[in-house]
Ligand binder design. Structure first.
Ligand SMILES: [Zn+2]
Length: 580
């Protein structure tokens, strides 16, 4: 079993969001927030860590959007790349690079992958029957054709799968096909088209051995991956489209075809690492150790729908390159569904239902930490979770504000007021004091253990739990009473409270970066930034006491409470489809 301590560096990726729409909270809970918490934790620990993300900018849905709007596909991806990069930045998702698969460098990386696989005998050609429009004189890839589902009769089914019942079928089985592009709703005909295929079955044994070497992975991820590995088929890696990476072959049959988006998207992680090295002034080869040195630990954060690509197909593509490392873990989350207050039922977030909450809208309502707290405390890790407005308010108000925020505020206010704005001296300790002092390092280690094991919900609970213990201590010691009779005892109580506040500041930093930065200012401490080159350990520094006499700044409320009336308004707006 892999222990992160035995690695020299950690490379973290989050699934590349598709640049054809705005990212929403479901995406964040799946692949982005957990990755960001993990990366921020590693940086604070002083470990060498690199966080790579970016937009997935190829594929048929993008060209369809462009056709409908009468614009170039590049304009579509420019719009959503910019908007999503902005949403991530506002939410504090701290990528070292947020790249693009439409970058010229990506053509080079992708073509190199293709050529190496081809030279290794992993790529072959097959002829396929595909829908062709005689009116538009072109092949019609998947979503360019609609028809009636052969299974359920749904009238708006895609050429290869039905959105309504989830059935997958060959184009020939689609009933009453029609072209579905602006200006063309003609009846298409089936024609042969030659395509390139990745010979996945050749990787079966190696994939199985690799998967079996990772019993520590989540059961859901292992289950999905095993199902795929047991039944691998060759997979088409080219498409009849002019938007994508050109196929690097000298063959007239490649005209009008491009590399299929599922193949080039994960290669985007490599491209973006290359670009990061160049942008950071570290040179063109700076990416190599991150992808080819056995001392690197590679972690892919994804949503459940992406498990086959990250736990089977991309690893096979990496194996076919010969000298790449493979993922050491693939923490795949389940789904964040939406709780519908009218029906009292949980439902999937979907564009057509209009029930999704976009990140840009969410951040216009509340600051990043509010969302980050709820999405982490309610993370869909081992099973689906629901987004519910009342639960959102109760957990934020009742846990973060009432437990942690309240403890920090009353401790610091009393300290600053009664002890001249500095940490008071520590006098003789009693059993309560000893127990609280012992709880600090224990809880800091417990939170670290949860994060290392990708249990972010549990990490949040343990963080709140430290606040709970401290509140019990504060209420037992009653410094507002002892202040009138025994200043030494009061000083000891608040000295210890300052130590807990200090630990809370450092342990909240991965989850709640804005709150941690504000609190660090009040505590007059510096939180190290860390990064790809590593740095000092600002996490375990939580176990080191702030000395008596350490000057504090004026306290301020870190986590203001949410007003129930505001929640009622937003829930109503959301119900009407206004949260996009
Ligand atoms: Zn169907």
């Amino acid at each position: 079993m892999a222990d992160s301590k035995s690695f020299e560096r950690t490379l973290v990726t989050s699934a590349l969001p598709y640049a054809n729409g705005h990212i929403h909270l479901g995406h964040i809970a799946g692949a982005y927030l957990p990755a960001d918490v993990y990366v921020r934790f590693k940086r604070l620990r002083g470990e060498r860590v690199l966080y790579v993300g970016g937009s997935d900018e190829h594929g048929v849905p993008i060209t369809l959007t462009a056709l409908k709007e009468g614009i170039d596909p590049q304009e579509v991806v420019d719009r959503y790349h910019t908007a999503n990069a902005d949403s991530f930045a506002r939410l504090g998702i701290s990528y070292d690079i947020y790249g693009r698969t439409s970058w010229p460098l990506h053509v080079d990386t992708t073509q190199t992958f293709f050529k190496t696989l081809d030279a290794g005998g992993y790529i072959h050609q097959e002829s396929m029957e595909l829908w062709y429009s005689e009116q538009s004189e072109r092949f019609l890839p998947d979503r360019y054709v609609k028809g009636v589902c052969p299974k359920c009769g749904y009238e708006d089914a895609n050429a290869d799968e039905c959105e309504n019942c989830g059935a997958q079928y060959t184009p020939r089985d689609l009933v009453s096909p029609r072209a579905a592009i602006p200006g063309d709703s003609s009846t298409p005909v089936l024609r042969d088209s030659r395509h390139w295929f990745l010979d996945l079955p050749k990787f079966t044994d190696r994939l199985r051995t690799w998967l079996e070497s990772h019993p520590e992975w989540r059961a859901n991820v292992r289950g999905i991956a095993k199902g795929w590995i047991d039944d691998l088929k060759s997979r088409c890696i080219t498409r009849d489209t002019d938007w994508g990476v050109p196929i690097p072959v000298d063959d007239p049959g490649a005209a009008g075809k491009r590399i299929y988006v599922w193949f080039d998207a994960p290669i985007g992680y490599v491209t973006n690492t290359r670009q990061w090295g160049i942008d950071a002034g570290k040179g063109e080869d700076a990416w190599l150790p991150w992808w080819k040195d056995a001392g690197t630990r590679l972690i892919h954060f994804i949503g459940k729908d992406n498990v086959p690509f990250h736990a089977v197909i991309f690893p096979a593509m990496l194996m076919g390159q010969g000298d790449y490392i493979l993922a050491d873990n693939v923490p795949g989350n389940e789904y964040l569904n939406i709780f519908n207050r009218q029906t009292g039922k949980s439902e999937k977030g979907s564009k057509s239902r209009g029930n999704m909450i976009s990140v840009r809208w969410a951040l216009d309502q509340f600051p990043a930490d509010v969302w980050r707290y709820y999405l982490c405390a309610n993370a869909p890790e081992s099973k689906d979770a629901d987004f519910d407005w009342d639960d959102f308010m109760h957990r934020y108000n009742g846990e973060l504000c009432d437990v942690v925020g309240n403890f920090i505020h009353r401790s610091l206010t009393m300290t600053v007021k009664n002890f001249d704005g500095a940490v008071p001296p520590q006098g003789p300790l009693d059993a309560d004091d000893e127990a609280l002092l012992a709880a600090i390092p224990a809880q800091v280690d417990a939170i670290a253990e949860s994060i290392e094991e990708f249990r972010f919900r549990q990490a949040c609970e343990r963080f709140i739990d430290l606040g709970r213990k401290a509140n019990v201590y504060f209420d037992t010691k009653q410094p507002w009473v002892t202040r009138k009779t025994d200043m030494e005892r009061t000083g000891t109580t608040l000295h210890l409270c300052c130590q807990v506040v200090h630990a809370l500041c450092r342990t909240m930093a991965p989850f709640l970066p804005e709150g941690a930065a504000k609190l660090a200012d009040i505590l007059n401490i510096a939180l190290p930034q860390g990064g790809p080159d590593g740095g000092e350990d600002g996490w375990n520094a939580a176990k080191v006491s702030l000395p008596a006499g350490h000057a504090l700044n004026a306290p301020a409320v870190l986590f203001p409470k949410i007003d129930p009336d505001r929640i009622a308004e937003l829930a109503e707006l959301h119900q009407q489809g206004g949260a996009n």
